[in-house]
Write a protein that binds this ligand. Sequence first.
Ligand SMILES: O=C(O)[C@H](O)[C@@H](O)[C@H](O)[C@H](O)COP(=O)(O)O
Length: 249
Amino acid sequence: MSAELETVAHPDKQSLAADTADRVLDVVVAAQEERGEASLVLTGGSMGTAVLAALAASARRDEVDWTRVDVWWSDERFVAGDSADRNCVQAVEAVGGALDLNPDRVHYMGSADDFATAEDAAFDYRRELAAAADAEQRTEAFPRFDLSLLGLGPDGHVASLFPGLPHVHEQDATVLGVRDSPKPPPERVTMTLPMINSAERVWFLVAGADKAGAVAAVRGGAPIERTPGAGVRGTEETLLLVTQDALDG
Ligand SMILES: O=C(O)[C@H](O)[C@@H](O)[C@H](O)[C@H](O)COP(=O)(O)O
């Protein structure tokens, strides 16, 4: 099952971040009402971070039992664990301790402190995802994800799946190491499209006129080797949450 792409435009970054934070809260509250748990996949980038900051500042944040939320990442830069380049370090800073997350349920991708190569860190995350899927008695190596937030690069990259690199075609492994990212740092760890697309909802967060080409390519269904973001679909919902200038150019 895969959901058609729907576009929602906002006048500016602030309203995009605030509206997305509200939507995230709606999803998490509904998931917890249904089964007591929720699971989010986070992304890096300025919009992903802005949404986390808006969540942390939201007057509604206590509607959620954050101790019962699993947090994963769709990609990570393979650098030192405390590097400000890490998506998770930026996320922790944006949240600033405002959400009472259970450390056992925050699933960081491995860093260069823990693993010799990005491939080793990818292998470890694959194992962690598979163990979570197993514990949930899922039939595949995909745990349940209520929502995955994703950025979109001006080149059409999504997570660390870059145009012209082979990772976008991976069908078997859920997570891969990347050694030659065109955007620094070169070494990264990334979920693959089958893993990303197993989420019930996938929301792109895209702001700025420099993203208009990538947004048009995603909306127009460009080939994934040129625009990896065009291969992304949630099973129930795929939203392109954008600023108006990212639509207009
Ligand atoms: O790992 C990275 O290099 C970034 O995290 C990158 O993938 C980012 O998510 C997108 O480029 C969107 O970024 P913005 O939201 O800042 O435009």
